[in-house]
Design a protein. Structure first.
Length: 258
């Protein structure tokens, strides 16, 4: 658990704005010795920060991960079950009596509920405890509560041990093998589906992509070139997934299936 937390912290420094902050810190040490190199790196860092903060570039990055078309509930390929993957949590919200699903998890839960109502398939929620505070409720518990209380949908299985996408796939497949179930809808954000399906298909499951989001193209306008915090956040999600795809391919031998 502690190792997972340290890896997570390192990962955050590889993504913006952490990576750009590290560049600027390095410039402080190099400023006196190599002023020209420092100026060039500074301009590069500022340029990258600007581009990643524009809606136009962030949409390009997100759309580069939309490998699979969205499905309309009730019209997709047949499956035997639905698996919805967790994202994050909002901590200690008094109006919810403690921890609850964050906005990303809620988007996934919402589409999973719609898909379940249309298909009447049994539903699994997948997500374990936080890597450090394992005493907190697992994400699977929070998602099951949201499905029941907010959408009136019951959960058949809770996979509550996983701490990353590869474990989501491995532990979910292990539970479904006891039924047995082989073909599943995997519900997550479109930008997360390429990495998620790499992991799920490696377990032998026939995983059908079920995107809980879809980003339309962004026209090249003046407004699309104005930097925003939301665009920087979306760029970070996209870069995180591309790094993850490379890591899965190199470390685990997973291969993308488009």
């Amino acid at each position: 658990m502690v190792l997972g937390a340290r890896v997570g912290m390192l990962k955050e420094f590889l993504l913006p704005p952490g990576s750009l902050i590290l560049v600027w810190l390095a410039l402080l040490f190099l400023l006196r010795r190599r002023p020209r190199a420092c100026r060039a790196l500074s301009l590069l860092a500022i340029g990258c920060l600007y581009l990643l903060s524009t809606p136009y570039v962030s949409v390009l990055l997100i759309r580069s991960l939309q490998w699979y078309p969205p499905i309309v509930p009730g019209e997709g390929r047949p499956a035997e079950a639905i698996i919805v993957l967790s994202a994050g949590r909002d901590r200690q919200l008094p109006m919810y009596g403690g921890d609850t699903v964050d906005a990303l998890s809620l988007e996934r839960v919402r589409f999973a509920a719609r898909l379940q109502r249309a298909s009447r398939l049994p539903l699994m929620v997948s997500g374990g405890p936080p890597p450090v505070t394992a005493s907190k409720p697992a994400m699977a518990t929070l998602m099951a509560e949201s499905l029941a209380q907010d959408f009136g949908v019951e959960t058949r299985w809770r996979e509550d041990a996983s701490t990353n996408t590869a474990e989501n796939a491995r532990f979910s497949a292990r539970m479904l093998a006891e039924v047995p179930i082989r073909t599943v809808y995997v519900v997550t954000h479109a930008w997360h589906l390429p990495r998620a399906l790499m992991a799920f298909r490696d377990t032998g499951l026939e995983a059908i992509p079920a995107a809980a989001s879809h980003v339309a193209s962004e026209a090249l306008t003046a407004a699309a070139l104005i930097p925003t915090a939301r665009a920087l956040s979306d760029s970070a999600y996209a870069l995180h997934e591309w790094i993850g795809l490379g890591w899965y391919a190199a470390a685990s031998g997973f291969r993308p299936d488009r």
